[in-house]
Design a binder for this molecule. Structure first.
Ligand code: HPA
Length: 234
């Protein structure tokens, strides 16, 4: 047990998928895993462990935002021995060429700040995905037939943003989409020598203001989970 995770030692697999929403973790476990067992319920941040095509895998919620993800990812890596962490979540598109329902594989994650800022201080560290995972995810997405974009994303500290000027600068610099967790996941993976990737489905569009209808979210989410699982065990 750790401060925030009630699982026993050995209850968590080396590969962990991390959706923001703990109820999504439950849905992923029920839909994709065999013999899934709930291994954490502390604060309602559910974690499950089961198997996929014979591979042991956990799914654990990260919560929303980098401070929350940092708590769970730190404990999963340091206390439970997680070696491959794949964020599965949604993002807002920042390019005309990206459409709602598309999949984004986050090669890098820019930010204004992350919980690691106090460690890096004057260093502008460049958080990036594990190349092997990224390549395997791109291959898996192509096989599945998902419209996929690989590139930089923006990990924001706020959902209700008051800086449209910053969004414009990021769009101009090719940033594909915005979410709120990947940059710190990549920082932590680098610090602890483990693999990380963020696989994102586009739920809304900052330029066209289109949003994915609720009934379509599950289907897009399923495609993303398949990409993440195939990449993890490629
Ligand atoms: N901003 C931040 N995070 C998000 C968004 C957004 O527009 N859409 C989905 N996650």
């Amino acid at each position: 047990m750790t401060v925030h995770i009630g699982a026993k030692p050995g209850d968590i697999a080396e590969t962990v998928l991390m959706p923001g929403d703990p109820l999504r973790a439950e849905w992923v476990a029920e839909t994709f895993l065999d013999n899934a067992e709930c291994v954490n319920r502390v604060r309602g941040m559910y974690g499950f462990t089961g198997s996929w095509k014979g591979h042991r895998v956990s799914v654990h919620g990260s919560g929303m935002g980098m401070p929350s993800l940092s708590i769970y990812a730190n404990e999963l890596i340091r206390d439970y021995g997680a070696k491959t962490l794949i964020r599965i979540g949604s993002c807002g598109a920042m390019q005309e060429s990206v459409a709602v329902r598309d999949v984004i594989l986050a090669m890098t994650a820019s930010s204004l700040s992350t919980p690691s800022r106090g460690i890096f201080r004057e260093l502008n560290f460049a958080p990036c995905a594990d190349y092997g995972l990224l390549r395997a995810a791109a291959d898996a997405a192509a096989r599945i037939g998902a419209t996929t974009h690989v590139g930089g994303i923006y990990s924001a500290d706020v959902f209700y943003d008051e800086r449209p000027d910053l969004n414009e600068i990021m769009t101009r610099h090719g940033i594909l989409g915005v979410e709120m967790e990947a940059a710190e996941l990549y920082n932590l993976a680098a610090r602890h020598g483990v693999r990380a990737l963020a696989v994102l489905t586009v739920s809304d569009h900052l330029l066209t203001h289109e949003a994915l209808p609720a009934e379509d979210r599950q289907r897009s989410f399923a495609e993303m989970v398949e990409v993440a699982l195939e990449a993890a065990f490629a």
